[in-house]
Design a binder for this molecule. Structure first.
Ligand SMILES: NC(=O)C1=CN([C@@H]2O[C@H](COP(=O)(O)OP(=O)(O)OC[C@H]3O[C@@H](n4cnc5c(N)ncnc54)[C@H](OP(=O)(O)O)[C@@H]3O)[C@@H](O)[C@H]2O)C=CC1
Ligand SMILES: C[C@H]1O[C@H](OP(=O)(O)OP(=O)(O)OC[C@H]2O[C@@H](n3cnc4c(=O)[nH]c(N)nc43)[C@H](O)[C@@H]2O)[C@@H](O)[C@@H](O)C1=O
Length: 317
């Protein structure tokens, strides 16, 4: 599967308005791909099975990047386990089945580092999948993603189609979800510290103990890794996508406070869940395939703060 698809290939980016999908779309446009296809949820609800089949029949994509999913941070996952299981299973099963019906030659499925056991050996190798108990705050989302990996493997085995799966670490960047309740931690910090600075607040309160470690990858790097895998990887094993470097949330909070210019105190609300203590990915397989990240974390945070300041009024609720 070596080499780039034709620049005119019909590429359907499912979820093209989301954090990852929009970055994939930008990258493909920049690289001169002209056959990009996107549908918002209002135009095509991927939980509507017959609509998905009709769409695939009409459009006949040659490549699918599946970046549509129900996505959220630790509290959203913990509060809505039913939707995170049901919607994600429906979206991915409909897309996979419709793509099989059309024998779509190439598909990239996006999972997440939360598929691994809560106490997996660090850094986490791809082989750690299904070797232990999941983190309870996001176990239903993780199970949907594990089902996606197995579905991709099953299609490879039964139909011989070279579909692949990528498992990104925690992502961030322009276009992220900055919701105070539903977002992931990095956009939540940017919003909280920026609002505290604007109010002249003396302190902010973050969730949990601040001791968990997380690995952050800029979404432009995630998009570049996805394209690299589409161009250079063809294997049944899913591939970890990350930097191989992590930080405590206290360190991340200090970086964000410095980036927004907040010099007050940070407090931690230990009544909120910490989630997994650490989920650092082993990225040797991806590096072995010839890919490296390029965005420095502090630069990426500064860029995302600037984006938030320019788009603060037009964000998702
Ligand atoms: N963000 C992160 O930190 C990480 C993300 N990932 C994975 O990357 C992928 C993309 O995540 P991310 O970009 O952050 O998520 P976003 O929430 O930013 O985007 C999700 C996209 O999915 C679309 N979508 C959701 N439900 C439906 C539906 N029923 N029908 C049609 N479209 C739908 C949304 O469409 P619309 O805009 O029209 O509502 C949106 O464009 C997911 O698979 C996620 O698991 C993996 C690891 C980390
Ligand atoms: C990518 C991955 O993301 C999710 O897993 P997660 O990494 O645990 O998610 P998170 O980014 O929401 O939190 C990271 C850490 O940060 C702490 N934390 C502090 N203060 C805030 C805060 O204000 N908001 C949030 N969200 N977290 C906070 C929080 O308590 C936790 O310790 C999965 O559900 C799933 O979506 C998935 O696949």
């Amino acid at each position: 599967m070596e080499g780039s698809p034709a620049r005119s290939a019909r590429i359907y980016v499912a979820g093209h308005r989301g954090l990852v999908g929009s970055a994939v779309w930008r990258l493909l446009e920049t690289q001169g791909f002209t056959g990009l296809i996107g549908r918002s949820r209002d135009e095509l609800d991927l939980t509507d099975r017959s609509a998905v089949f009709q769409f695939f029949d009409l459009v006949r994509p040659e490549i699918v990047v599946l970046a549509a999913a129900k996505v959220g941070g630790i509290l959203a996952n913990d509060a809505h386990p039913v939707e995170f299981l049901s919607e994600n299973l429906q979206i991915q099963t409909n897309v996979f089945d419709a793509a099989v019906a059309q024998r779509v030659p190439r598909l990239l499925f996006l999972g997440s580092s939360c598929i691994y056991p809560k106490f997996a050996e660090q850094p986490i190798r791809e082989e750690a999948l299904l070797t232990g108990e999941l983190e309870p705050t996001n176990d239903t989302y993780a199970i949907a993603k594990v089902a996606g990996i197995l579905n991709v493997r099953a299609v490879r085995k039964q139909y011989g189609l070279p579909w692949i799966s990528a498992m990104p670490t925690n992502l961030y960047g322009p276009g992220d979800n900055f919701s105070p309740t539903d977002s992931h931690v990095l956009p939540a910090f940017i919003r909280r510290y920026e609002q505290a600075r604007l109010r002249g607040a003396e302190y902010v309160v973050n969730w949990g103990s601040g001791t968990p470690r997380r690995e952050f990858l800029h979404v432009d790097d995630a998009a570049s890794a996805c394209l690299h895998l589409l161009q250079h990887y063809d294997g049944a094993q899913h591939v970890n996508v990350g930097t191989g470097v992590d930080h405590t949330l206290r360190e991340i909070a200090r970086m964000v406070a410095a980036a927004v210019g907040f010099d007050g105190e940070t407090r931690w609300d230990t009544s909120k869940p910490d989630g997994t203590p650490r989920k650092l990915l082993d990225v040797s397989r991806l590096r072995g395939a010839g890919w490296e990240p390029s965005v420095d974390l502090q630069d990426g945070i500064a860029e995302t703060v600037a984006w938030y300041r320019n788009h603060g009024n037009a964000l998702r609720p």
